[in-house]
Design a protein around this ligand. Structure first.
Ligand SMILES: NC(=O)c1ccc[n+]([C@@H]2O[C@H](COP(=O)([O-])OP(=O)(O)OC[C@H]3O[C@@H](n4cnc5c(N)ncnc54)[C@H](OP(=O)(O)O)[C@@H]3O)[C@@H](O)[C@H]2O)c1
Length: 257
């Protein structure tokens, strides 16, 4: 698969990593990028940078009918990038926060599932197709005070495994990207070195091109994964302590990319 000449769709393209995906796809010669967001107005400045190749579209990934409608109207697509996501710092044992916890599951898991189900038949018509799901190192490592987010991203990781298995028959590659801390609105509450959104998008596309199933796009993601494979029992039993140690190491040895 090549990026040159492809037709792609990115969710949550108005800011952060989603916007970086659009820019990186265009820089690498994509023919057309469906840049989708909940608020069409927020895509206007991005669309103005390349009116021939950026198609701004309104899409909420929790709107099942809207997703079906868009898939039915999309004749050709080579690459679906499920990037839209929400954070979830709500306490799971608190008296409030249930709506936020459900929301994380709706966007980060069911949103990716609905998009993938709707667009799989469209991707099947492409000679070379792929799906990139933007997960997190929180897909495999618990991060304290963000359990709702971790649970939704863990569910998304299992979803990617299942999609890869089922869609291999139609030749669609499925790549799960597992970033650490990224310099976006979502990452702003974490006071530590962060990778650039563009480096995450670039690493994900590189991973797709070389046939990787999992992409660890930044240093914290790689440190976390290394802890998982070298000390799985520690990660399973005391993930919060492991993450605290990794964060201390990241702070002591910058940069994050
Ligand atoms: N930043 C990090 O440190 C980090 C680390 C690991 C993984 N990630 C993942 O990277 C992805 C992108 O996050 P980001 O860092 O770029 O965060 P961000 O700047 O907060 O952007 C999140 C994007 O998702 C969109 N979105 C949220 N709910 C949506 C919905 N229901 N339908 C459609 N779009 C929706 C947002 O749109 P609105 O503007 O309309 O809200 C926005 O475009 C997420 O999946 C996130 O979990 C981020």
């Amino acid at each position: 698969m090549e990026i040159e000449g492809i037709r792609a769709l990115v969710t949550g393209a108005n800011r952060g990593i989603g916007r970086a995906f659009v820019e990186e796809l265009l820089a690498r010669g994509a023919a057309l990028v469906h840049a989708t967001a909940r608020d069409l107005e927020e895509l206007q400045d991005l669309a103005a940078t390349d009116r021939d190749r950026i198609r701004p579209l309104e899409l909420d990934v929790t709107d099942a009918a809207g997703i079906e409608e868009l898939a039915a109207a999309t004749a050709e697509l080579d690459l679906l990038i499920n990037n839209a996501g929400v954070d979830c710092p709500a306490a799971i044992a608190g008296t409030e926060g249930m709506a936020e916890i459900r929301r994380a599951m709706e966007v980060n898991y069911f949103g990716v599932l609905s998009m993938s189900r709707a667009f799989a038949p469209v991707l099947a018509r492409s000679a070379h197709s792929g799906i990139i799901n933007v997960g997190s190192m929180a897909s495999f490592m618990h991060v304290a005070d963000n359990t709702g987010y971790c649970a939704s991203k863990a569910a998304q990781l299992m979803l990617s495994h299942g999609l890869r298995h089922e869609l291999s028959v139609q030749g669609t590659r499925v790549v799960q990207v597992l970033p650490g801390f990224v310099d976006t609105d979502m990452g702003s509450r974490f006071p530590m070195p962060k990778a650039s959104p563009r480096s995450i998008a670039g690493a994900a596309l590189d991973g797709l091109l070389v046939g990787e199933d999992l992409v660890l796009p930044d240093r914290f993601a790689r440190m976390s994964y290394e802890a998982l494979v070298t000390a799985p029992e520690r990660v399973m039993r005391t993930p919060d302590a492991v993450v605290a140690e990794l964060v201390a190491e990241l702070l002591a040895n910058q940069p994050a990319d």
